[in-house]
Design a protein around this ligand. Structure first.
Ligand SMILES: [Zn+2]
Length: 318
């Protein structure tokens, strides 16, 4: 998700009627370029003063993706020359029910040179009633002639503080440390942070931490139980073990006082780690990694998890 500064600026311009006709919107994959362009389109087509108002007939159609004057090409697969010709043809027609038609070209950087050249004419001198948005991950993939004609909007990720306050609101069940971990892991991408805090990923982490704690305390019976009683499917066990490996990595970082280590979810594990042996942690991480590899090589699941249980317990004695 992009940070909202550019959108506020665009809405302010739309309100004063100062929008341009040709925009190049660039930003990382998954940051929300299409959502951004659709918001801009709503602002341009809105009939109220406070654009986009969200309730006029034009805004409502745009929100439900039925606006007859908003055209998107190249969303699912790169637009072909025929798609480009189609928007050029459309651009000479009158808008259906607003005073403008908005064309949004996704993945514009992947358009072939002939398509980009065909677009150039429209991009250079669009009719009064047309606005066009080219969306791309990298400006460098557009022809220089195209680049020089459009106004650039660069989308940055959301600021950490924005993500943090959204997450704290949405996840009252999470401790502050976990929210911070999610913000750090997200790199400006709200979706990434959400995945990090999802119920499934927290449950998986809890299981991995439980295994680590039991192994550190050499609770033989419980370790066996956790690894062998549940009849894991191959991918379930692999997911648990990858999570275990990262929990061990983070635990090692903490033992070496490396900042940025992700704090354990479990308070019990957090306090247990302060006197865990570094050697034991390292061996446990290795044992899980070896087991993961054997699972990838189609090892028998029960054999692999019994061996892991034995290795973890022997590592704990280090
Ligand atoms: Zn409106």
């Amino acid at each position: 998700m992009y940070n909202s500064d550019e959108l506020r600026l665009f809405s302010a311009k739309a309100k004063s009627g100062l929008c341009s006709h040709a925009y190049i919107v660039d930003g990382a994959a998954g940051i929300g370029k299409l959502d951004f362009a659709l918001e801009c389109a709503r602002a341009m087509l809105c009939s109220e003063r406070n654009k986009p108002c969200g309730y006029c007939s034009s805004c409502r159609k745009a929100i439900t993706h039925d606006h007859p004057d908003i055209f998107i090409i190249g969303r699912d697969k790169t637009a072909a020359i025929a798609d480009v010709r189609e928007i050029i043809r459309r651009s000479s027609l009158k808008p259906n029910d607003s005073d403008k038609q908005i064309f949004i070209v996704c993945n514009a950087g992947k358009l072939r040179a002939d398509s980009q050249n065909a677009l150039l004419k429209l991009f250079e001198e669009p009719p009064e009633t047309v606005a066009i948005f080219l969306l791309t991950e990298s400006r460098a993939s557009l022809l220089p002639t195209v680049l020089s004609r459009g106004q650039r909007i660069h989308l940055d990720g959301m600021r950490d503080e924005e993500i943090e306050s959204l997450l704290s609101e949405k996840h009252p069940e999470c401790r502050y440390g976990e929210i911070r971990n999610a913000v750090d892991a997200a790199n400006g991408n709200l979706g990434e942070a959400e995945r990090y805090l999802s119920k499934e990923s927290r449950a998986l982490r809890a299981k991995a931490e439980e295994l680590l704690l039991l192994a550190l305390d050499k609770k033989k019976y419980e370790v066996m139980n956790l690894l062998l009683v549940t009849k894991y499917k191959r991918d379930q066990l692999s997911a648990l073990l990858s999570e275990f490996v990262s929990a061990v990595n983070e635990a090692e970082k903490q033992r070496y006082d490396v900042r940025m280590a992700r704090a354990p979810q479990s308070q019990e594990l957090a306090s247990r780690l302060s006197n865990a042996s570094k050697k034991a942690l390292a061996r446990m991480g290795e044992a899980a990694a070896v087991c993961l590899m054997s699972l990838e090589n189609n090892a028998n699941i029960t054999t692999a998890s019994s061996k892991l249980a034995i290795d973890l317990l022997s590592a704990a004695s280090r």
